[in-house]
Structures are given as C-alpha cells and as structure tokens.
Design a protein around this ligand. Structure first.
Ligand SMILES: [Zn+2]
Length: 712
C-alpha cells in the first residue's frame, strides 16, 4: 500500500509529474494492450493520490493531469470505441451542510431568482458503480457504452445483454425516437463477497488440478464492489459478464430526440415507467432543510442497504433551469454530490517540523506514528498554520484523531490528550532557514518569513517553481542544480536562467558536468525563449495565481503587457478600496470567471512592488511569449469580444458571460476598439455612446438569446 505523506510544494509538483506518467501508462496497458501491470486497487490509489495532491495544490495541476479526463482514457480498447453524442459528465462534490447551502445559493444567484421563488431539487442515492449510457432507438436498445473519458466510451452492448435490469426494449408511453438513458452498473455487497470467494476457490481448484502448491496471495480479487462491477462489465468475452450478477439503475439521460417531461423527476419517473429501475430512494426536496434531511436519513440507513452508496446527489428539478445553468469544466452547475463523511483513526503526533515555502509561509507538518486510515498508511499531516495548532492545542506526544474525507489529504480533527500536562508548542517567531523574523500580517493566519530576498528558502523555492513542469518546464534544471547554481550566485532571478549560457565554462568546471550535459541544459533553456504566456505567468509565483487562473486571465487578455497594465490600474491602495473597487479596470478583472477580488489584489500588489517590476522587465528582455491562443468553438461569436451592458432581464451578468465563454467569445467589461459586439439592455448609457463613436455593433438581449440558441 502506498504511504501517504504531506509533501512540500516542489515535492508535490514532482509527485504529480510521476503520477501523470504512471496513470497514463496504466491506462495504456489496461486499454490498448489489455495487459494491466497493476491491480485496480493500486490504480485507484494512484488516481486518489493524484486528486488529493491537486486538491491541496490546485495551482500545480498539470496540463496533462489524469483528472482532466473523467474516467479511463480510451486508447485502443479491445471493446471498441463509442463517441458520446452528449458528453458524460462528472459531479462536483460537497462534504458539509454549508457547502450544500452555498450550492443552492449559487444556483439562485446564477438564475437571478427572487428570494421567495422556490427551487425544487431532487435527491437520490449516489451509488458507487460504473457509469453507463444506453442508447434506445424506436424503443430498442441499440448500443451500450461506458463513460470512458466522458467523450468516448467503450462498447459494452453484448455485455449488458446479460444484465436483467437493462431491458432490451422500452415499453410504455411517450417513448422518443432516440433516447440515451444514463445510469450506473453496480454489484450488490453480497454478490461482491461471493465473487471474491469464488475467484479464490477457482484459483485453488486450478492449482490442485495442476498439482501445484496454492498461494492465496497471488489470487486477484476485487478491492471493492465498484471495481468488481467495472471488471465484470468491461470484458471482451461477454460470457464472463453473464456469470457476474450485475445490476443497473438509471439517473439521467444524454442525447434525446425529445425529452418526455419538463422536470428531472418527471423524466426519471417516465424512464421508470418504461421498465428501467431508478434509485429506490428518489425524493423531491422543496428547500435546503428537506435536502439535508434526505441526506441524513440516507446516511443513517446506508449500512442496511444491499448496495454501497457514497453519498446523495442533488439536481435542480426544472429542466429549463438546468439548461441555463449549464456546465463548468466537466461538471454541471445544476447538480451536486453530497458525500458521506470520512474514515477516522487515532495515532500519536511525534513531532512538528516547519517548512518554508516560496511565499515565505511557514507550514507546520506533523510527523505521525504511521497509521492506516481508509486503507492508506499516513505518516505526515499538515497542521496548516499557527492558529490551527492553537485550536487543536496539539503538542508533540499528543494522541490525535486523523480523518480522511472523500480521499483528500488527511487532517487532524481532534486532540485526545489535550488535558494531559505537557510543554505547549511554541510556533517559531523566526524563519528556520534564514533566521529572519517570522510574523503574521494583521488579519492573516499564516506566519511568514520576513526575509524576502535574503531568505534562501524563498528564493530557491521560487526558482524551482519557475522551472517546474507545470510552469516553464525546463528539463535538466532540477532542484539540486538550482540549489547549487544559487549558492554560486548565478541565479539571482528567473532571467538569470536565460543567461546561463555565458557561464558555460564555469558550469563545466563543476563536478558531475560534462560537455554533453551542459549543452543539453543550455539547449533546454534556449528552447523556452518563446514560452507559453500562461505558464510564464504561473511560473512567476504571484500569490493566488495558479495554473488555471493564469490561463483564465490570458484567455481574456492574450498578452502579458495588457494584463499587467490593467492589474496596475486595478491596484488597491490602502484607504482607497471603494474608489478602486468601482474602477473599470478592477471590475473588468473581477468579472473573469475564476478570478475574484483576492486574485486582483494579489496581481495589483505584485506589480506595485519595484522589485517585482524589475524582475518582470528583466525576464521579458530574455523571453518573448507569443499571444495566448484561445480555443474557439463554432458559433457566430467565436473569437469575438463581447461586452454586456445595461440591465439584463432574463439572465444574470454571470450567466451571460458564461454563455459567451461557452460560445468561444471573450466577455469583456469595458468598451474599447477591440470590442466586436455589445449586448445592451435598458439603461446602457455611456457605453452605447462610446460604441456609436467606435462603430461597434449593438444588439439587444433577445438577439443574443437567438445567437446562443443557434449555436445549440
Ligand atoms: Zn527565511
């Protein structure tokens, strides 16, 4: 079993790189070569670890991250590929009541509903199975496919013929010409245990028949019912599937020639009337309290169920609202999975170490007596910050309760020996690396080293971040090399990396370097003289600007100088918040999807620092990133810049912007010569005047709705 631990940022970046490679290799072996090298459980552990690291370090998420794909990538599956006409989505997760409340609030805000307008939501069991899409034409099952990566799945039509729950023909009223039922193939708990026992028996019998000694550790059993269902369904030989007691229930639909109903519950009930099972605990909730009550009732009753569930799924009931809410990345805005709480374990906190990150943040890491939590051995845990240590009252030697929720990185949730007398833990007031004072800014919980540029930990961590895989990705410039070059005084700032060629002879004189390795390094550096603008921006390590945020920013601005100019205008100086918050630069920046006030302030702060401006100018004298290329979709407004102004009547401003982005357009907040189209509601005022001066096309909200509709 893998050993779970809490890594530093560079460690996490390296591990994510390794995981991407391992998972992609495992996918290839499993699907293309049909020769898995690791067990499903090992595969799942890698995927979980990858997801946990990405959750803890969202800015380190790699462009080739395995989690960008919904499930297994289908390379050359022996089962044959099936492209999904309508993409199969995954769900956003929530773990607390507060997160569920936020979800409902977000839905209301997005739809700009009045406070007294009811929002009905459905609640149903979230079964831990394998997603499957069943295509019925004229009521007959013509194809069954797994989710695959969400866009392309595997053909399991002959396999599902052996699942009694999946009818070959729909019977009843209002059956559409074409209708894809989406649901989950699963195995009940008892069947899962029986299958594992049977696999063991078969292996024993086979060994005896051959006169060999039986070794039960070599028998491949399934780790959990979900794996058993997946392994049983995805068989080249459908007669194997036939012997496995698989079940199915429906929870939604994909492509449809018409949708038989105007609400989620109507359509689900209609599907049920055609002969397909649906979640046995399907409810309609009138408000948040009803949703949470459904969740609690389900959680309390789960152990008695014949199948494993891992939460409750809520969906906005009205289908017209679902359509307006749309999707973010690979998950719908109108659905949420409320997961059950996590597994817990007790252990001893042996010591507390302090790590210094590239922003100077002092992170306390708890070293634990190794303990199993939910099947994973945990040896380290982050204690986050000084306040968290105080809240828990933990000291080395204390007995603590660990928790892993939804496969995320474990947390200390309780201190069982708080009352035992022991020296209190004193959070350091000096940086363990450079001995500068370490303080928390007013209103902040994080203690940071004030050493700034004198702190070697911060400076080298920044350089390491700059060259890391998710940023500039300079091969051959590893952490040790950075430390070594830094110690020699060759790397004062990122730009110095591009001046290393002047030090060819000096590098060559270092131990371990040969002509070839030096040339390779210098070539790798030269190779990055026209870097991707988003990676470069991310590489600068501006607080709160992760890889995804960097891309979001450049989608809107395409070049770095343009972004910098706006960020400087939007800078919030003390005591001027109100003025600046009202400025156009500020509102344009905050209006970008995924960019909030925190990011805008961090950008402004960064560009107001003389030193940062110097580092930036120096760097841009060495590299020239080409304008960022935004992928466009096929629509009348693809690639265009759209400004929404005035009062929109059928949708919120956020919804309008999200629509524009879905159609491949850029939604801007201010009218300029670059604006292609203005969508104006009543009271648009000054922006219309400016549009007229610049000769920009102006349309009303109805015309915009038509464009959205035409794009499909
Ligand atoms: Zn320091």
């Amino acid at each position: 079993m893998t050993v779970d631990s809490f890594p530093t940022e560079p460690e996490a970046a390296n591990e994510l790189m390794r995981l991407a490679r391992q998972i992609n290799r495992a996918n290839r072996k499993y699907h293309a070569e049909d020769a898995p090298e690791i067990t499903d459980a090992e595969y799942d552990a890698l995927v979980r670890r990858n997801a946990a690291l990405e959750a803890a370090f969202p800015h380190l998420m790699r462009p080739d991250s395995p989690s960008n794909k919904v499930g297994h990538e289908i390379a050359a599956s022996p089962l044959g590929k099936v492209p999904h006409e309508v993409r199969m989505m995954s769900l956003d997760n929530a773990f607390t009541d507060e997160e569920v409340a936020e979800f409902v609030t977000r839905v209301r805000r997005f739809l700009s509903l009045t406070a007294d307008e009811p929002v009905l939501l459905t609640a149903e069991d979230k079964i831990d199975g394998l997603s499957c899409s069943l295509r019925y034409e004229k009521g007959r099952l013509v194809r069954a496919a797994t989710r695959g990566d969400g866009q392309v799945g595997e053909d399991v039509t002959p396999n599902v013929a052996h699942i009694p729950d999946i009818v070959q023909e729909l019977k009843g009223e209002d059956i559409p010409e074409v209708f894809e039922v989406r649901g989950e193939v699963y195995m009940e708990k008892a069947a899962f245990l029986a299958l594992n026992a049977q696999l063991m028996d078969e292996a024993r019998a086979a060994a005896e028949a051959k006169g060999e000694a039986f070794d039960d550790t070599t028998v491949r059993q399934f780790a959990n019912p979900r794996n058993a269902a997946a392994g049983s369904l995805r068989q080249k030989d459908a007669s194997v599937t036939a012997k496995r007691p698989l079940r199915f229930w429906a929870h939604g639909w994909g492509a449809a020639s018409h949708v038989p109903g105007t609400s989620q519950h109507e359509v689900v009930r209609r599907i049920e009337s055609w002969g397909l099972p649906v979640s046995p605990q399907f409810r309609l909730c009138e408000n948040l309290d009803a949703m949470l009550a459904a969740y609690r009732a389900t959680r309390e009753g789960r152990a008695a169920l014949p199948f494993e569930i891992d939460g409750v799924v809520y969906k906005v009931d009205r289908l017209d609202w679902q359509a307006r809410l749309g999707f973010v990345a690979k998950a719908p805005r109108w659905a949420l999975a409320h997961k059950f709480p996590a597994e817990r374990a007790e252990t001893v906190l042996e010591s507390i170490d302090i790590q210094v990150g590239r922003t100077g943040k002092l992170t306390p890491v708890g070293r634990l007596k190794p303990v199993l939590v939910g099947g994973v051995t945990v040896t380290n845990v982050t204690l986050h910050n000084r306040d968290e240590i105080a809240r828990l009252g933990v000291r080395p030697g204390d007995r603590v309760v660990l928790q892993r929720a939804g496969d995320v990185i474990p947390q200390v949730v309780d201190n069982l020996t708080r009352e035992v007398e022991r020296e209190p833990y004193l959070f350091p007031d000096h940086c363990p690396e450079c001995h500068s004072e370490a303080v928390a800014a007013e209103g902040e919980v994080d203690v940071r080293c004030t050493g700034g540029l004198v702190c070697p930990a911060q400076r080298t961590e920044r350089l390491k971040h700059f060259v890391s895989r998710a940023a500039l990705d300079i091969e051959g410039l590893g952490e040790k090399t950075i430390d070594e070059f830094f110690a020699k005084g060759w790397l004062e700032s990122p730009a110095d990396i591009f001046r290393l060629r002047k030090r060819r002879d000096e590098i060559l004189s270092l131990e371990g370097w040969k002509d070839k390795s030096v040339d390779n390094l210098l070539a790798a550096v030269e190779n990055k003289r026209s870097p991707d603008a988003a990676r470069l921006l991310f590489g600068l390590g501006i607080r709160h600007v992760g890889a995804v945020t960097a891309r979001d920013l450049l989608k809107r601005f395409t070049t770095l100088p343009e972004l910098r100019a706006l960020a400087e205008q939007a800078h919030v100086k003390e005591g001027e918040d109100a003025v600046v918050a009202a400025s156009e630069a500020y509102s344009e920046l905050v209006s970008i999807d995924g960019v909030g006030p925190v990011v805008v302030e961090a950008l402004g702060d960064f560009f107001h620092e003389d030193h940062n401006r110097a580092v930036w100018d120096d760097l841009l004298s060495e590299v020239s990133p080409p304008p960022y290329v935004v992928e466009t979709k096929d629509s009348a407004v693809a690639g265009k810049t759209v400004v929404f102004t005035g009062k929109l009547e059928t949708m919120s401003r956020d919804e309008a912007k999200a629509q524009a982005e879905r159609l491949g357009a850029k939604a801007a907040g201010t009218v300029s010569a670059k604006t292609d189209l203005i969508v104006a509601g009543p009271g648009a005022g000054s922006k219309l005047k400016k549009a007229a001066e610049l000769g920009i096309e102006v349309i009303d909200e109805a015309a915009w709705a038509q464009i959205v509709q035409d794009a499909g």
